[in-house]
Design a protein around this ligand. Sequence first.
Ligand SMILES: NC(=O)c1ccc[n+]([C@@H]2O[C@H](COP(=O)([O-])OP(=O)(O)OC[C@H]3O[C@@H](n4cnc5c(N)ncnc54)[C@H](OP(=O)(O)O)[C@@H]3O)[C@@H](O)[C@H]2O)c1
Length: 231
Amino acid sequence: MPSAVLIGANRGLGLGFAKNLLRAGYDLHATVRDPNACPELMQLGVSCPLQLHVYPFEVTSADSRRHFVDNLAISQIDLLIHNAGIYGPPKVPLGTLDEETWKQVLWVDTIAPLLLMQDLLPRLRAAEAAKIALLTSKVGSIADNDYGACYFYRSAKAGLNAAGRSLAIDLTPEGISVILLHPGWVRTDMGGVAAPLEVPESVAGMLQQMEQLSIQTTGRFVDYSGAPIPW
Ligand SMILES: NC(=O)c1ccc[n+]([C@@H]2O[C@H](COP(=O)([O-])OP(=O)(O)OC[C@H]3O[C@@H](n4cnc5c(N)ncnc54)[C@H](OP(=O)(O)O)[C@@H]3O)[C@@H](O)[C@H]2O)c1
């Protein structure tokens, strides 16, 4: 049974990933901030209790990360999906940007995925050909930015893209591949009700991109359909 670690599994795209990964037969190790407040995820495990393992994890806390890494009950990871992310407050105009909010968005979206990956590296190395999927956004594309604004989220996802690209290059000799995935504009709490895509369609597409990911295609920034996005 291949193993997957999924960060941020209680709602939105994360919950969609959990459903599909369990259906696909993965030994799934999923994190949530509060295991007592994720009934939909827990319900998924009722029919496959040996397949789903849920851990508490607040990605901005070093103690929480240590606790999660120490308790993670697998010695090798075939697939790591870092899904947890925040947008920050919507519509913060230039002139009102504040340090604390910006730091928080950078923590969650840029710094946390890389620090966690570092801690999990020995277990990624232990797998045959591990894969890392980082949930980013087209909004983090500098080339695609032709309407400005959105300073917190744009800079955080652009930072994740830059770090993810380095990660792909640095891990190539070890046979670990990396993909930076834009899910499309999806109807979740973050995407909002006007989004054209539903979670199942986006998740199915992203899982297909992960399946097709290899060391030959590592380091790409693509959307859920596999279409490349300019950096
Ligand atoms: N939806 C879209 O249209 C869209 C577009 C582009 C990119 N994305 C990216 O796709 C990913 C998932 O988005 P989504 O739409 O599913 O968002 P969502 O519905 O807002 O869910 C966000 C997830 O991240 C978790 N999370 C946030 N802060 C966390 C923290 N400090 N520690 C641990 N977990 C934390 C949330 O847990 P809690 O429930 O505990 O808050 C939740 O599970 C994100 O990285 C997002 O940037 C989404």
